[in-house]
Write a protein that binds this ligand. Structure first.
Ligand code: FES
Length: 152
């Protein structure tokens, strides 16, 4: 699957250096993460080292280099959201999911991560579930949100 996905990404974006991140984002959007195989294929196509590809991936928190669940939760840990009660929201998420930050549920449905500011500071605490934005979070509200995704 990696080979085909990377080939499609290269077909769409090409191999100019400024398209590297777009190619990586494409692969993550299709496969949920960048496997070692994907990174090696991308490196070879861009004529750069696999270490350089990994370096770029590890700099951007959205370019995952580990397998993730179907729904990737990224709760903002930056100052506005922290001051608005992010810690209690995170505790509620951990309890509802039965996992700690950085972990994936055994059924591979949810991964829980913290991220830097996602641009919704005036409506915090805020989080993303894949591309969906959730704002004004409370411990009660996140349990409802999780149950909604569970039922899908
Ligand atoms: S500080 Fe949380 S979204 Fe900006």
């Amino acid at each position: 699957m990696s080979r085909e996905t990377v080939a499609n990404a290269l077909k769409e974006f090409g191999v100019e250096r400024e398209k590297l991140i777009a190619v990586m984002q494409y692969v993550v959007s299709k496969e949920k993460w960048l496997s070692e195989e994907s990174m090696k294929l991308i490196a070879s196509a861009f004529n750069i080292s696999a270490a350089e590809v990994y370096g770029v991936a590890s700099f951007y928190s959205f370019l995952d280099t580990e397998p993730r669940g179907k729904y990737v939760i990224r709760i903002c840990r930056t100052i506005s959201c922290s001051m608005d009660g992010k810690d209690t929201v995170l505790e509620a998420l951990q309890k509802a999911l039965g996992i700690k930050t950085g972990e994936t549920t055994p059924d591979n449905k949810f991964t829980l991560l913290e991220t830097n500011c996602i641009g919704w500071c005036d409506k915090g605490p805020a989080m993303l579930v894949n591309e969906d934005v959730h704002t004004y979070l409370t411990p009660e509200k996140v349990v409802e949100i999780i149950n909604d995704y569970r039922a899908r």
